[in-house]
Design a protein around this ligand. Structure first.
Ligand code: DGY
Length: 327
């Protein structure tokens, strides 16, 4: 029997790749940077399975290039806005992702970014390195209190929920908004469901945990920012394009809001000359919210297990289009 051919678009944990037996021929893209579109289209020709990243655009053109042998797409991420899932479903191709294992790590990182923005950790740390720490001063590096403030969460999915859980330790009031109200758990998590306008108006911290879709693209635009408190801090650990960066820059520059913490940007990477990078009140990290050793190892394992299951025609551990299994 022919060996199944698999393209892996970036190096992941070797221990996970070792789960593939000798019946699988692996073509691993070793470069740190993603393959160019042309190279990607070429490398997927005739493959049976694909392991991809959120930086790879997986659309009809790519599925055509792979051809009819392609029977599983396994993404090492929980988000999958880079994949045309409808197209994969039309072709009966299951698409795997890695939910749950990154929830806690991403919630932790959201808090790290929130705290860094609130207490000016990055800006003041850079000042120390630059030799600008001259004295203790009563008016230097004044930030915003987290304890006892109000946190507004946009998108109450798995990660939003864990961000909310952590807020209890800071004695915060938690507001949330989503398309679906989670009344069943509101009491347990001590949170209140509000509409978007109320959340923007009343929150000291607004943290985004919704998916990127047509309806959430630039959800946080000039108008939304103008509804926030002048003292408010915006945190985005979801997808960059949910925030209009030009509007965010203007708001940060002119004091419409006080600060922002971004794990994600539009585009990624953010160009080194992007105006946002000139602002002290904008903390930006390179999409690292799930980047812990344990979590990335687990994400690698689930990604490979999804691939193996797909190659065997078995159900994936985590599948974003389970309807492919419907008769
Ligand atoms: C995801 O999984 O979607 C994150 O953005 C990266 O971990």
């Amino acid at each position: 029997m022919d060996r199944a051919r698999v393209f892996v678009s970036r190096r992941i944990f070797q221990k996970a790749l070792n789960m593939l037996d000798t019946g699988v021929e692996v073509d691993l893209w070793e470069d740190e940077l993603p393959p160019s579109r042309d190279v990607l289209l070429k490398r997927v020709e005739g493959i049976d399975g694909l392991i991809c990243l959120l930086t790879d655009k997986i659309d009809a053109e790519l599925m055509d290039a792979a051809g009819p042998s392609l029977r599983v797409i396994s993404q090492i991420a929980v988000g999958f806005d880079n994949i045309d899932v409808m197209e994969a479903t039309k072709r009966g191709i299951p698409v795997g992702n890695t939910p749950d294992v990154l929830t806690q790590t991403t919630a932790d990182a959201t808090w790290a970014i929130l705290m860094a923005a609130a207490r000016r950790i990055v800006e003041s740390s850079i000042a120390v390195r630059d030799g600008k720490w001259k004295t203790w001063h009563p008016l230097h590096y004044l930030g915003r209190d987290v304890y006892g403030s109000t946190l507004g969460i946009i998108g109450m999915g798995r990660i939003g929920l864990e961000v909310a859980r952590r807020a209890a330790g800071f004695d915060m009031d938690v507001l949330y908004t989503d398309v679906v109200r989670r009344q069943d758990i509101e009491q347990e998590y001590k949170m209140r469901y509000v509409d978007m306008d109320t959340l923007l108006k009343e929150s000291d911290f607004v943290s985004i945990h919704t998916v990127l879709s047509k309806s959430t693209h630039h959800l946080i635009d000039k108008e939304a920012l103008s509804k926030m408190k002048k003292s408010a801090i915006l945190v985005n650990a979801a997808r960059g394009a949910i925030v209009d960066h030009q509007a965010l820059y203007d708001a940060l520059k002119t004091g419409v809001i006080s600060a922002a913490g971004l794990d994600v940007t539009e585009p990624e990477p953010i160009p080194y000359n992007d105006p946002l990078l000139t602002l002290d009140n904008c903390v930006i990290v390179p999409h690292i919210a799930s980047a812990s050793v344990k979590t990335r190892a687990e994400m690698s394992r689930i990604t490979v297990q999804n691939l193996i299951n797909g190659l065997k025609g078995e159900k994936l551990l985590a599948c974003v289009n389970p309807e492919v299994y419907d008769e």
